[in-house]
Ligand binder design. Structure first.
Ligand code: PLP
Length: 399
């Protein structure tokens, strides 16, 4: 990371871990003379060994058997394979997705619905927690077996779902659970999540390269391939493996598994940052009758994640001001085609639109220091002070 950058956007992409970089460099060296992991000659066997070593490292992180790891191009493909592959198995007649899932789950569910699947959305409460009573009621009032998708930790708010409880309810009703653990991996132990039938992982959230991930499939079965034309990954995902990316994923997964305590130790730093931001924002914004709020603060949250919303402030303008100070954070809303869309997660939690428009996400990681947090807080105070001055419009033009 360049010295002039304070990177607090780990939930978007974590920095590449040195061990992942080293593993990819040696994989590149090993493959310099060729070698497809499906080839039986010695060059092929070298590539195969790299993939299988990484598979064992990912399995150790996810508490599963190596042959339950299906390498994919990332978390998005893993979620898509879990949903479409499970529905294609013909064993489940309904799909239930929580309202706060990542777009890769929600958009896949929408596509499945357009193709005729029976899809329903499980609401979340004001803290972002899935409504378990509503789920239990839904499952008991419709006996058809359901696939239930519940992320273990939310990328925007860090809110942690009660996965083991949900797995118990769904299994008792004859259903199956898919867990998107992309944000959970490397931040919390895997114990609860390993109860789910399928689990998604993404390399770049644990310090590996972008464009690689995995779907864990318990018992190896019940998920039909969505990519065909090759026997790779035990016929569950066709296509020559991304050997170099997988090497980096494996190395990152190993360090991430060893580093969970260090990530958990970030919670006091995150909590102190939140207290400081709330206090200074209250002082700065009070004159305009505005306030700040930590989203999901009453729920269990990832130790590294903070989603804080500033009433009456434009998150986009705030992000630009922070970027000018060399601080990288995310907004709580998605920006596509030049238009700022409201966050579906904050909408599902019932956050007032004016507050949601001023939401930013700060996500810490293994390189974060108290100095980084100090620089962020100072830059934020300066930006809020400028933005709340009577001569500065609080909203970006055109919003
Ligand atoms: N699921 C969650 C919760 C995520 O945060 C992300 C990425 O932001 C994904 C899935 C998609 O992962 P990838 O970027 O590897 O496709």
């Amino acid at each position: 990371m360049p010295a002039d950058i304070t990177y607090l956007d780990y939930n978007a992409t974590a920095p590449l871990r040195p061990q992942a970089r080293t593993a990819m460099m040696s994989a590149m060296e090993a493959l310099a003379g060729g070698g497809n992991p499906s080839s039986v000659h010695r060059a092929g066997r070298t590539a195969r060994r790299i993939v299988e070593d990484a598979r064992a490292q990912v399995a150790a992180l996810a508490l599963c058997a190596p042959d339950e790891v299906v390498f994919t191009s990332g978390g998005t493909e893993a979620n898509s394979l879990a949903i479409l592959g499970t529905l294609a198995s013909g064993q489940f007649e309904r799909l239930i997705v929580s309202a706060a899932e990542h777009a890769s789950v929600l958009d896949t569910a929408t596509a499945a619905m357009a193709a005729g699947a029976d899809v329903s959305v499980l609401p979340v409460d004001a803290n972002g927690l899935a409504d378990i009573e509503a789920l239990a009621h839904d499952l008991s009032s419709d006996p058809r077996p359901a696939l239930v998708c519940l992320m273990s930790a939310n990328n925007e708010t860090g809110v942690i779902q009660p996965v083991s409880k949900v797995v118990g309810i769904v299994k008792d009703a004859g259903g199956r659970v898919h867990v998107d653990a992309v944000q959970h991996a490397g931040k919390l132990p895997f114990s609860d999540v390993s109860l789910a039938h399928t689990v998604s992982l993404s390399a770049h959230k644990v310090g590996g390269p972008q464009g690689t991930g995995a779907l864990i499939v318990r018992g190896k079965g019940g998920v039909e391939p969505q990519l065909r034309g090759g026997g790779q990954e035990l016929r569950r995902r066709a296509g020559t493996e991304n050997v170099i990316g997988i090497a980096g994923f494996g190395a990152a997964a190993q360090v991430a598994a060893e580093d969970i305590a260090a990530v958990q130790a970030l919670a006091p730093l995150r909590n102190a940052m939140e207290a400081r931001v709330l206090a200074s924002a209250a002082a700065i914004l009070a004159a305009g009758g505005h306030a700040a709020q930590v989203i999901g603060h009453a729920a269990p949250r990832l130790p590294n994640t903070c989603c804080i919303a500033f009433d009456g402030v434009s998150a986009e303008t705030l992000l630009m001001a922070l970027d000018l100070s060399g601080v990288c954070v995310s907004s709580g809303s998605a920006c596509s085609s030049g238009k700022v869309a409201r966050s579906h997660v904050l909408d599902a939690m019932g956050v007032a639109p004016d507050l949601a428009r001023g939401a930013i996400r700060i996500s810490l990681g293994w390189t974060t220091t108290a100095d980084d947090i100090d620089r962020f807080c100072t830059s934020l105070d300066q930006a809020l002070t400028v933005m709340s001055s009577p001569r500065t419009p609080m909203r970006a033009a055109g919003e």
